[in-house]
Design a protein around this ligand. Structure first.
Ligand SMILES: [Zn+2]
Length: 397
């Protein structure tokens, strides 16, 4: 397999929390080394004398002025191709630097096999999934929700699917809001809670119009569980008030509940996000909730990243929340996903970060929050292969 050397980029390592000039060497589909500009290996990286496989010609890509990160990990997507919400992961992933997509509840127990065979097993993009507690999965957005009748919410079917597809299912999803569940939201969360406890998987609950209300949901979430659409304006209950997180939110964060953005069509209220950032309450993970109906609004994960840069969140903080942090939520960090570890799968994104938040403006000297940040993708590498590039003319060899 061809080796690739990304030369001269500003490398953002989310595990080290570092942002520094370095070269990233890829060989045999894995990260072979991260070298400082003098050619030395960083601590923990491979020795410089053996970065690439012997004899393989290297493609050298000049990425100076660009930001190199692990391939982006999107914790909230809908990629069940052919399902109402589904977008094709191989069409939307590479141009947006996203190499790992977590589908959140598109399929329930009855359709998970179809999702697996039709999308997950054939996609080039890495896909893992939260299974919907409703056996029918997420229903068409134009129809009534999948929790409107509890007859579909069968814990036994969900448990059986988890046992059958354990290597792909990383959690359980429940859309616990009045628009999806009518008056059944709390009962559905309780059933999902039970399956999560029995299987040891995290629970992801979406926040929307109550019931269920924010305190009722958070009371049912423990360490590693996820509240998505955390900045939605639909719940009527912001996470922060008067410059600090409300008590139930502060307690949930303290015990390790994950607060996820899940932008989507109506999952993100900029004023709530601004107030939270000003209160020092950053989301744990930044995700898109990309689907067929949200695509024109969300555009892609880099656009959501740019919104947080524009709110004054630092580039390393934004990158960690779109790489290592979501990988940890679903346990994929254990195989190196979301990292720049030597030996990790060579999934990489090369970002063009412009405006404030870009290489010249990581920390605005006057403290003014930047407002013109933009993040676009110059190059995407998936398992050592370039799957998207708009900088082909810079490839030297
Ligand atoms: Zn969603």
């Amino acid at each position: 397999m061809t080796s690739i050397v990304l030369c001269g980029g500003l490398v953002c390592d989310p595990e080290a929390g570092s942002l520094a000039l370095a070269d990233v060497v890829v060989s045999d589909g894995r990260i072979a080394a991260v070298l400082d500009p003098a050619g030395g290996a960083r601590p923990g990286s491979a020795p410089p004398e053996a970065p690439a496989s012997a004899g393989a010609p290297a493609r050298v890509v000049d990425v100076s002025g660009l930001v190199v990160t692990p391939g982006l990990v999107d914790l909230h997507t809908h990629v069940f191709v052919g399902q109402d919400l589904g977008v094709d992961p191989d069409l939307v992933g590479p141009p947006s630097g996203v190499t790992t997509m977590i589908d959140t509840g598109s399929a329930g127990a009855h359709l998970f096999g179809a999702f697996l065979r039709g999308t997950v097993e054939v996609a080039r993009t890495r896909i893992a999934a939260f299974i919907n507690i409703s056996s029918v999965g997420t229903t068409s957005i134009r129809l009534c929700g999948e929790l409107k009748t509890l007859d579909y919410v069968d814990p036994d079917s969900c448990r059986a699917a988890i046992e059958a597809y354990r290597d792909r299912i990383v959690g359980i999803k429940v859309r616990a809001s009045a628009d999806v569940a009518g008056g059944n939201a709390s009962a559905a969360v309780d059933r999902a809670r039970r399956v999560a406890d029995e299987t040891g998987l995290p629970l992801m609950v979406h926040l929307g119009p109550s019931p269920a209300a924010l305190p009722e949901i958070l009371d049912r979430l423990g360490p590693g569980d996820v509240l998505t659409h955390c900045f939605t304006g639909l719940s009527g209950r912001p996470l922060t008030e008067r410059g600090r997180p409300v008590d139930v939110v502060a307690r949930a964060r303290q015990r390790g509940v994950i607060f996820d953005v899940g932008h989507g069509m109506s999952g993100f209220d900029l004023d709530q996000a601004r107030a939270a950032v000003a209160a020092g309450f950053l989301p744990d993970t930044i995700s898109s909730d990309l689907h067929a109906y949200s695509r024109d609004i969300v555009k892609d994960l880099p656009h959501v990243m740019a919104k947080f840069l524009a709110l004054g969140v630092s580039l390393p903080d934004v990158v960690s929340r779109t790489t290592i942090a979501p990988a940890r939520v679903v346990g994929l960090d254990r195989m190196g996903v979301g990292t720049l570890r030597v030996g990790a799968p060579a999934d990489l994104a090369v970002l063009r970060v412009t405006g404030a938040g870009g290489p010249a403006g990581f920390a605005p000297p006057d403290g003014t929050p930047p407002t013109d940040a933009a993040v676009t993708v110059a190059l995407t590498v998936r398992q050592g292969e370039i799957v998207h590039s708009d900088i082909d003319h810079l490839v030297a060899t």
